[in-house]
Ligand binder design. Structure first.
Ligand SMILES: [Zn+2]
Ligand SMILES: [Zn+2]
Length: 134
C-alpha cells in the first residue's frame, strides 16, 4: 500500500471530488458501510482534516469513508501538518487549498509512523523525492 492509495485521502475539496469519481461503489453504499464500521465517529472530527473548513453536503460522508481506510493516516497527517506549520517538507511552500498532501516516510519504511520519520509534502514534491532517490 503506497501513495497511490493514500492520494485519495487528501485534505481538500478537489481531492474529495476525485475520490468520489474514483470510488467504484456507490456513495450510498459507502455511507452505509462506513456507518457500520464507525457508528460513533463524530462529525466534529472534520475540523482536523479539513484545512479550509469549507463544507459541502458530502464532507461528512467522505470523512467517514476515508476514516475507515486511513484512521491512522488522517490523525498523523493532521499532526504532521501542524508541526510543519502547514508547509511542504520538501519545497517549503505553504499548502494551498486544493493541493494534495501526502506523507513521506523519510526512511522509506512505511511501517514507521514515528513523527520524525514523517514529512508532509505536496503530491508533486513527493513524486520528485522518490524519483530523485532511485
Ligand atoms: Zn512541495
Ligand atoms: Zn515517500
Amino acid at each position: 500500500m503506497d501513495s497511490s492509495r493514500f492520494n485519495l485521502f487528501g485534505l481538500e475539496d478537489r481531492t474529495r471530488k476525485v475520490f468520489l469519481k474514483q470510488e467504484t461503489i456507490g456513495r450510498n453504499q459507502a455511507v452505509k458501510m462506513v456507518r457500520t464500521a464507525f457508528p460513533k465517529v463524530s462529525f466534529s472530527e472534520n475540523k482536523f482534516i479539513s484545512v479550509k473548513g469549507d463544507k459541502s453536503p458530502f464532507d461528512g460522508d467522505i470523512v467517514y469513508w476515508s476514516k475507515r481506510n486511513s484512521l491512522l493516516y488522517d490523525g498523523v497527517l493532521a499532526t504532521t501538518l501542524r508541526k510543519q506549520n502547514h508547509s511542504c517538507g520538501c519545497c517549503g511552500l505553504k499548502f494551498l487549498p486544493g493541493e494534495k498532501v501526502e506523507l513521506h516516510h523519510i526512511d522509506n519504511n512505511h511501517n514507521n509512523w514515528k513523527y520524525k520519520n514523517l514529512l508532509a509534502v505536496h503530491r508533486s514534491c513527493h513524486h520528485y523525492v522518490h524519483m530523485s532517490k532511485s
